[in-house]
Design a binder for this molecule. Structure first.
Ligand SMILES: Nc1ncnc2c1ncn2[C@@H]1O[C@H](COP(=O)(O)OP(=O)(O)OP(=O)(O)O)[C@@H](O)[C@H]1O
Ligand SMILES: [Mg+2]
Length: 256
């Protein structure tokens, strides 16, 4: 398998504060990897370096290109808050990213419509973000990231701000879409249950400065559903193992 994301000895500093220290991680193409770690351990920082929004103090973080010939659509970014442009419609929020990579207008609208339908937003093409619920806004954010057909999806706690029921439904939508396309995903969450439901591998980071503490294989067959999480004994074991790893770090993070 080809390597999609390669992080080598990555160190990131903000002044004297070391956010990440000597982190190395490889994500294979079509793999779903979850980053789990306490608040402030550098998860968003890691995604920001991958998205070229931050320059590291040491090491490197690279996204490899495969099919796109270098046209700049190799990653989509889903933010914790949907970060939609409030003065643009749902359709326009999604087509903007396509326009940015040179997709002609009619084609961009056709593709946007496809993702609007896929994410059950049909009928809301002309709505503005303030007319949507939080869950719908998050789905527009996901549609926007998927519409450019990226090779890698960087997702920073995309469902963190949602109520429990909406969250479960969006996790299921994401699983359904992922089963279809098998994009490479690097997904940040604080939820152990969400990590076990979604991931092929879970990377546990220590409290700041973030260092890779453990990598846990989620050896549960796919397709998965939230009902499996509640039912399967293996899920419970994995959750207990991850909680054991994360707990100490969460305590340390509270005491800094
Ligand atoms: N732009 C910045 N300037 C200064 N310090 C920053 C900046 N961005 C992040 N930091 C610091 O770097 C550390 C890591 O921040 P980061 O946002 O990556 O954490 P995180 O793991 O995403 O946390 P959370 O789970 O709360 O989102 C924190 O201590 C934070 O205060
Ligand atoms: Mg963060």
């Amino acid at each position: 398998m080809a390597t999609a994301i390669e992080i080598n000895n990555l160190t990131v500093k903000f002044g004297d504060l070391v956010a990440l220290h000597d982190v190395s991680l490889t994500v294979e193409q079509h793999e779903f990897v979850v980053l789990l770690g306490p608040s402030g351990c550098g998860k968003t920082t890691m995604l920001s370096v991958l998205a070229n929004l931050l320059t590291p103090a040491g090491g490197e973080a690279k996204l490899h290109r495969f099919a796109d010939g270098g046209k700049g659509k190799n990653f989509g970014y889903v933010f914790q808050q949907a970060a939609l442009l409030p003065w643009f419609s749902v359709m326009k929020n999604i087509t903007l990213g396509l326009a940015a990579i040179g997709t002609p207008k009619a084609e961009a609208e056709r593709i946007a419509q496809e993702y609007i339908n896929l994410l059950n937003l049909t009928g809301f093409e002309k709505a503005y973000p303030h007319q949507l619920s939080g869950g719908m806004q998050q789905r527009v954010g996901l549609a926007r990231a998927l519409a450019i057909d990226p090779e890698v999806l960087l997702m920073d706690e995309p469902f963190g701000a949602l109520d429990a029921q909406t969250r479960v439904l969006l996790q299921e939508e994401l699983l359904r879409i992922w089963e279809r396309d098998r994009k490479t995903v690097l997904f940040v969450t604080h939820s152990i249950e969400e990590a076990v439901l979604l991931a092929d591998r879970v990377v546990v980071l220590t409290a700041r400065p973030g260092v890779v503490k453990a990598i846990v294989d989620i050896d549960v067959p796919r397709p998965r559903s939230t009902r499996d999480v509640q039912a399967a004994a293996r899920f419970a074991e994995l959750e207990a193992e991850l909680w054991g790893l994360v707990r100490d770090e969460a305590v340390k993070a509270l005491n800094v």
